[in-house]
Design a protein around this ligand. Structure first.
Ligand SMILES: Cc1cc2nc3c(=O)[nH]c(=O)nc-3n(C[C@H](O)[C@H](O)[C@H](O)COP(=O)(O)O)c2cc1C
Length: 303
């Protein structure tokens, strides 16, 4: 059996497959469908300090080879998460990352300050890239200096590893990636969703209550692969790739393009056990191709 472990530098994961934020609840909801202990890790739904209702419905639209969502970061808030969810999550032997949100820089820091006092968290994924909160998709990850500032502020407040989650809705993803690295990020994750619009022709209205939403799923994979490749070549910190991963081959394509680990998102909606199936398919591919350690294929794209 191939060695599937993934080395992020600050942490060694059992395997490279994490579940993507917002597509796997707080993890516990999926326990009936797969053994959480066999995942590389879980990134929980984005958390602000307090509870949030998110955007008005409709909030999800299916599209050709993808999904457009405008959930708007509905969540229970960190205090509820720490009191009711974390104690249950601690019973599992898997790396738990909290996707940290903020309406402004102060709120990101408040969330981190609170979570620093809680056990059972492997690190923070700083969600600076959600396109469905402000109506025009604005977020810090669209601007290098805003990215550097919030990452640096979060870095100064946290003893835990910090992953900056990047947005694809930019002209130069490499500029944003370098800014996050300069700010002190320990790793980068990409991509968040692509700003999108779905139209109901009969009513001539947007299909989503928020007008715009974020596109995910197989439709975005080639864009995500391109960005993973560009970013992994440009920075010295680990890259975690995602966008449209539906099977083991998709995940391995991200690793060949430079990702040290991957996240599985939309696939969880199609099949709640998808992340574990993907782990098994990666292992089978490695065995069939004489690859002893999956980490050996990272960044091996011959371009
Ligand atoms: C319904 C839904 C909710 C999401 N919520 C979050 C979130 O709370 N925080 C975040 O950083 N990304 C969120 N995302 C983005 C995913 O984590 C991921 O970056 C994106 O969907 C691309 O991966 P995929 O194509 O495998 O789904 C969400 C995506 C979907 C589809």
């Amino acid at each position: 059996m191939a060695d599937l472990s993934a080395d992020l530098g600050f942490l060694r994961l059992r395997n490279p497959v994490l579940t993507a934020s917002g597509t796997f609840g707080y993890g516990l909801e999926f326990a009936p469908y797969l053994d959480l202990n066999r995942l590389g890790g879980i990134v929980v739904k984005g958390l602000y300090y307090g509870p949030r209702e998110g955007n008005p419905p409709p909030r999800l639209v299916e599209t050709a080879s993808g999904l457009i969502n405008a959930i708007g970061l509905q969540g229970v808030g960190v205090e509820h998460f720490a009191a009711d969810v974390l104690p249950e999550l601690r019973k599992y032997d898997t790396a738990v990352f909290v996707n940290v949100c903020g309406a402004d820089n102060e709120e990101y820091l408040r969330v981190i300050d609170f979570l620093e006092g809680q056990d059972g968290i492997a690190g923070y994924e700083l969600n600076i890239s959600c396109p469905n909160v402000k109506q025009n998709g604005a977020c810090p990850a669209l601007f290098p200096e805003a990215t550097r500032l919030i990452v640096a502020a979060a870095r100064a407040r946290s003893r835990r590893p910090l992953i900056a989650k990047l947005s694809p809705n930019v002209t130069s993803i490499v500029d944003i990636a370098r800014a996050a690295e300069d700010g002190g990020a320990d790793a980068l994750s990409l991509i968040n969703t692509i700003l999108a619009l779905a139209v109901d022709l009969e009513t001539r209205r947007p299909k989503l209550g928020n007008i715009f939403g974020g596109l995910s799923g197989p439709a975005v994979k080639p864009i995500a692969l391109r960005m993973t490749y560009q970013v992994a070549k440009a920075v010295h910190i680990p890259v975690i790739g995602m966008g449209g991963i539906m099977n083991g081959a998709d995940a391995l394509e991200f690793m060949v393009s430079g990702a040290r680990a991957v996240q599985v998102g939309t696939a969880n909606f199609v099949e709640p056990g998808a992340a574990l199936r993907i782990v098994e398919e990666m292992a089978a591919w490695c065995d069939a191709h004489g690859v002893a350690r999956v980490s050996d294929i990272v960044g091996t794209l011959q371009a």
